[in-house]
Design a protein around this ligand. Structure first.
Ligand SMILES: [Zn+2]
Length: 326
């Protein structure tokens, strides 16, 4: 199998290395094969490990049960008509550009149709959420923020909607922030806030909140609530929630800058997932590692339908923790 190594690394560090590693569809297929079956092919139908026959360049046939499959079947690349070289190029730009790329910029950069660029981005964003399975722990700030001006081409203030986003940020001692998680919620009721905390924060964690009653139920679920009541002088919330405030302002800047406000509420959660994936890897020693991580997730993430891409993905059923799903 093509090991695609550069100087002992199985990921590229520069665009030049990227081009050298992935010159054609075959190289991309070999890479995905290694990501999906790191210990060798396992038949998705009968579960037997074997060296499959290559019926054609892409088609693998299980020697035990004759089941035919491809490395992209049942993943986010399922049934795509876009060549893998284009997918890889998109993954490279999305993970290595400092602030990522909008579908419009990607369309121009790849010379692909807008719909193709948008579809790839949306499917990658679903793969990104799978990379964020591990719950936040230790000390965590939780607060809501309003993300506004989310309508395409609209002028600020008119016909523009604001959405409530609840943000959780790990607080490191003596200073600094750890990982984040965020969710677009319909409102700031406890019915919206508590399930989010239960999905993303490990029970036993210390959860810093303001005095809002929506968080009153936290102790029932095993959290220690540390409440900062704002003074009546009207201190803005960020004084007591520096982590959330910082992350919220980065998020808003990213939506305004990279995406030029062209985010509709139905897709807001997708953007939040990408922001989270990027933010949680901000200290990664190599962007190439982030690129590899995205592809690794892409081949273990179930297909995304066209309806999900067009109308918005059903994040809630996807994000709920196993404890809450049962
Ligand atoms: Zn089989």
């Amino acid at each position: 199998m093509n090991q695609a190594l550069v100087a002992g690394r199985d990921y590229p560090n520069t665009y030049r290395e990227f081009v050298g590693m992935f010159p054609d569809v075959q190289a991309c297929t070999a890479y995905l094969t290694r990501m999906r079956w790191p210990k060798g092919f396992i038949c998705p139908s009968c579960g037997v490990a074997s060296t499959p026959w290559n019926q054609s360049r892409q088609r693998l046939v299980c020697t035990a049960c004759r089941h035919q499959t491809t490395v992209t079947a049942d993943t986010i690349f399922d049934k795509t008509r876009t060549p893998l070289t284009t997918w890889f190029e998109a993954a490279w730009h999305v993970t290595t550009a400092k602030n990522g790329m909008s579908a419009k910029t990607l369309e121009r950069t790849l010379g692909a149709r807008y719909r193709v660029a948008w579809t790839m981005l949306q499917r990658f964003r679903v793969a990104m959420v799978n990379a964020e399975r591990k719950s936040l722990s230790g000390e965590v700030e939780v607060d809501e923020t309003l993300v506004g001006g989310l309508q395409k081409g609209g002028k600020r203030g008119r016909g523009v909607s604001k959405s409530v986003v609840v943000i959780a940020v790990e607080i490191k001692q003596p200073k600094g922030f750890g990982r984040v998680r965020m969710r677009h919620v319909p409102n700031a009721s406890s019915a919206s806030l508590l399930p989010f905390v239960r999905d993303v924060v490990t029970p036993g964690a210390v959860v810093h909140t303001d005095g809002w009653k929506g968080y009153n139920g936290l102790p029932e679920y095993g959290y220690t609530r540390k409440e900062t009541v704002l003074s009546s002088s009207g201190d803005p919330a960020h004084v007591s929630m520096p982590g959330v405030h910082r992350v919220a302002s980065l998020l808003k800047r990213w939506i305004l800058g990279t995406h030029q406000r062209s985010v509709v509420p139905a897709h807001l959660q997708s953007y939040l997932e990408e922001f989270t994936f990027r933010f949680n890897r901000r200290t990664s020693r190599s962007r190439g590692l982030v690129f590899r991580r995205l592809l690794e997730q892409a081949v273990v993430t179930k297909p995304v339908t066209d309806a999900d891409v067009t109308d918005g993905y059903d994040w809630l059923s996807h994000c709920a923790s196993p404890a809450r799903r049962s």
